[in-house]
Design a protein around this ligand. Structure first.
Ligand code: MLT
Length: 265
């Protein structure tokens, strides 16, 4: 198994391959484990690194107030801890995408390329923020299993739900292993995240946007908005996949990433 911890003891991560660093940031309320299919399949094309975001998996909790900016800063600490100075490709799915956008705004000089999967640039509206507060109360009273139960109907696409129930089971296993404290901190970070739309125009590195056609949590229109906003971005829509496109349609997701990596070599 390729499960590791940085020398500073803060970040647990998966690693495979060599060459251009490709840093993959997981969604909520998951962990690095969701990237196992990419860690396995992309090793021949990149140095694949999948860290646990603060509090998730084996990583230490936030040092201060939880935020997507602090998550992005922790990714930089992660790179520094591994001595990675060259610009990296950062890819994130959903919450990982919010962190990727924060990374692009705060640490542009460390970037070589961006992959934004099943995510959106807009912040939570008032209803969204109120729902985060309800979810915080639920996580505190009933744990992370209750959160994943609530999300599950929207997490995988209808085709995956019908034909590959093991994907939902795997997601449930990953989510149920997360502590309520990690889930609550992340919900606060998600609730309070900034509007990333104004920053899209400033992104100057090659950008790949990927979305599952059946994603109902961050539907294709949200990815289209990102792709319109980032100059030269390429949009790949994956038929038959939902919100967790990398696990639902692994081959198509990986092909899109491999093609992107070839283009930026
Ligand atoms: C995720 O998949 O990371 C979450 O659905 C993101 C969100 O709740 O905004």
């Amino acid at each position: 198994m390729n499960d590791r911890v940085t020398p500073d003891g803060k970040t647990a991560y998966l690693e495979s391959g060599s060459g251009t660093p490709l840093v993959l940031l997981h969604g909520f309320p998951l962990s690095k484990a969701m990237w196992q299919p990419q860690v396995d399949a992309l090793a021949h094309a990149a140095r694949v690194l999948a860290p646990d975001l603060p509090g998730f998996g084996g990583s230490k909790a936030f040092d201060g107030t939880p935020s997507t900016d602090a998550m992005a800063d922790r990714v930089v600490e992660f790179l520094d801890a591994l001595g990675i100075k060259e610009p990296v490709v950062v890819g994130g799915l959903s919450m990982g995408g919010y962190v990727t956008l924060a990374f692009a705004r705060r640490h542009a000089s460390r970037l070589r390329g961006l992959i934004l999967a099943d995510t959106k640039a807009e912040p939570d509206d008032a209803t969204g923020k109120a729902n985060r507060d309800k979810a915080i109360a639920l996580a505190q009273s009933s744990g992370s299993g209750a959160i994943i139960d609530q999300m599950m109907p929207n997490l995988v696409g209808r085709d995956t739900a019908a034909s590959r129930p093991e994907v939902a089971e795997e997601l449930r296993t990953i989510a149920s292993a997360q502590t309520p404290a990690a889930v609550v901190d992340a919900l606060k970070a998600l609730r309070d995240r900034p509007d990333a739309r104004p920053g899209l125009r400033a992104i100057s590195v090659p950008t790949l946007v990927i979305v599952g056609e059946q994603d109902t949590l961050t539907p294709p229109a949200k990815s289209e908005e990102i792709a319109r906003g980032v100059s030269g971005a390429r949009l790949v829509t994956i038929p038959g996949a939902g919100h967790v496109a990398n696990m639902e349609a692994t081959d198509k997701f990986n092909s899109a990433v491999l093609e992107f990596l070839k283009q930026i070599e």
